[in-house]
Ligand binder design. Structure first.
Ligand SMILES: Cc1cc2nc3c(=O)[nH]c(=O)nc-3n(C[C@H](O)[C@H](O)[C@H](O)COP(=O)(O)O)c2cc1C
Ligand SMILES: [Mn+2]
Length: 541
């Protein structure tokens, strides 16, 4: 088979293995009870992000002892930034450039003959034979104990706008319902491409043809989980990402175009008249998505590569593979929006808080200290308005505050903001992505609100009360000489000026460290006053 010009999933797995990032599990693993809990430990077990790995399960069974001839890969796309970088082919800090380039230089897919994804084709009545339908796919249970079925999670639904013919690919979970039936849940609050298509087919009184791609060249999955503008064809943008046209073929039983290197493609029709209960399923917002009415798909064909691997993305409570895969693309997209669309040059960084809160709720914007206050507010309003589901709490901080350090963020809020002046509550925020907790709590009627906090310095502040940098560094050398436990410096680990520090005070401090403070004591006698109150400042502030 000729080289496609970009890595397919197998080349990606080989690259991970070469970099020591892949764990092959040859031991038997139950996909319904053991697989996801095992990988979950690397997100809930105190393991730093840099040490997370990709897992390939080669000996997969279910709780009845049934064996599968397809291995399952979990965490192979975005368990950490290094794994993601290998998949997308650039350093994480170059991702925005890569997306910009791809969106501006999309490459139309090219058709190929004898696509690998058609090496095995099962259609029609044959799908009902044991192991020939969805029952032959080792789709794991993500949240054993709460999920009501296995759900495919690296599950890219291709659909077509019946008016324009433009295809969309979006990654939406697929509930296993029968060997020939799957569930599909488009999240209305996320403004999903497939939902627009579904409404159009429904208006026409037609079923919607879909092709569900389970596992594909990584660039296709990255575009399927990224929020691209609706007029953009994800396959063409994926081509722009890898710098080569994505190879495609026509699906067997529906009029759609699918990636030639896809691992598995499930073809079929989504009903547009009837909905069926779907869920409960562990959601990426960190709670169970309780059973609700959603769409279902009747399968007309399953095609696959001979060497197919079933990919599963670990999601639910954050941090997770699902939050990392979104975060590395969303954060620079926000920054790009504020800087280049809204022209707010004072923004230096946008941070989406990931652990437990799931990216969308808490946004921290780092801004240059000399930014005009009106510009700080424009950044806060702009970040809060950028996406319907993002920015419930948006906080602006100076560049000396590290957003990943919430102690520092609370420190900024504690001293640099006054709630009655520096906080705004905005009405009319969408409910966003979160648990549904009552009849009044849905995307069609309910609204939430947003909180903007300006925790920037508004005037000069005194220096941080820690020894100056050179003294801390000198002491660190002594610490190490004494063989004391290794240090991990935590910001702030030295004092620095925040603007309110007159020369006279520095002169005294410099004199003090030369042990010449007696001279200061002598000078102070000359400064005695009988017209001041206790604690009055020495200089006018
Ligand atoms: C693991 C994973 C599972 C997801 N599941 C769903 C889902 O079930 N429904 C949904 O609407 N979005 C889901 N998403 C989010 C979409 O993939 C994302 O919003 C994407 O932009 C959708 O493509 P679209 O913009 O073309 O609609 C999921 C994302 C990931 C990473
Ligand atoms: Mn789309």
């Amino acid at each position: 088979m000729e080289n496609p010009g970009y890595p397919d999933l197998h080349a990606h797995i080989a690259a991970l293995e070469k970099s020591g990032l892949l764990i092959r599990v040859k031991r038997q693993i139950n996909k319904d009870t053991e697989m996801h809990p095992l990988v979950r430990w690397q997100f809930r077990g105190g393991i730093p992000e840099s040490q997370r790995k990709a897992f390939l399960f080669e000996n997969v069974i279910d709780s009845t002892g049934r064996r599968y001839d397809i291995p399952v890969a979990v965490g192979i796309l975005a368990s950490n930034r290094e794994i993601y970088s290998i998949g997308i082919g650039c350093a994480v800090d170059k991702i925005q450039q890569k997306w910009n380039h791809a969106e501006q230089n999309p490459l139309a897919p090219v058709f190929v003959d004898n696509p690998r994804c058609h090496e095995i084709v099962v259609q029609g009545e044959e799908l009902k034979q044991p192991g020939k339908g969805v029952d032959g796919l080792p789709i794991p249970i993500s949240t054993p104990g709460f999920d009501n079925a296995p759900y495919a999670s690296c599950s890219m639904f291709i659909s077509k706008d019946p008016d324009t013919g433009l295809q969309n690919i979006g990654n939406y979970r697929a509930m296993v319902k029968s060997p020939t039936r799957l569930g599909m849940n488009p999240e209305v609050e996320l403004n999903q491409g497939i939902y627009d298509h579904w409404l159009k087919y429904k208006a026409r009184g037609e079923k919607m043809p879909v092709a569900l791609v389970l596992g594909a060249p990584p660039a296709i999955t990255f575009t399927s989980v990224h929020k691209l503008p609706k007029h953009m064809d994800e396959l063409a943008v994926a081509g722009g990402l890898v710098g080569a046209p994505i190879r495609v073929c026509k699906a067997k039983s529906v009029d759609l175009i699918v990636p030639a290197e896809a691992e598995i493609v499930v073809e079929g029709y989504i009903d547009t008249e009837w909905l069926e209960p779907e869920g409960s399923f562990g959601e990426s917002h960190g709670y169970m998505n309780l059973k609700e009415y959603n769409s279902f798909m009747d399968v007309t064909a399953i095609t696959r590569r001979k060497d197919a691997v079933l990919v599963s993305i670990i999601s639910q409570v954050t941090p997770s593979e699902s939050s990392l895969i979104k975060r590395v693309a969303y954060e620079p997209a926000f920054l790009h929006h504020l800087r280049h669309h809204l022209n707010i040059s004072g923004v230096s960084r946008v941070f989406m808080h990931e652990p437990l809160t799931n990216l969308r709720k808490l946004i921290i914007i780092q801004m240059k200290s000399n930014t005009l206050e009106a510009e700080v507010w424009r950044a806060l309003y702009g970040a809060s308005a950028y996406s319907s589901s993002v920015g419930k709490m948006t906080i602006a901080v100076n560049e000396d505050i590290e957003p990943e350090n919430l102690d520092m963020v609370f420190w900024a809020m504690a001293y640099r903001m006054r709630p009655h002046q520096d906080m705004r509550v905005l009405d009319h925020k969408d409910m966003g992505h979160g648990p549904r907790t009552g009849a009044d709590d849905n995307h069609y009627e309910a609204t939430d609100s947003a909180m903007l906090i300006n925790a920037m310095l508004k005037r000069p502040f005194p220096p941080i009360s820690l020894p100056a940098k050179q003294y801390m560094e000198g002491a660190k050398a002594i610490w190490e000489e004494l063989g004391l436990p290794p240090l991990k410096p935590e910001m702030p680990w030295y004092g620095y000026s925040l603007g309110q520090w007159p020369e006279e005070f520095q002169v005294e401090a410099d004199r003090a460290v030369r042990s010449e403070y007696w001279k200061t004591g002598e000078e102070l006698v000359q400064k005695r006053r009988n017209d001041k109150r206790m604690n009055d400042p020495y200089l006018d502030l």
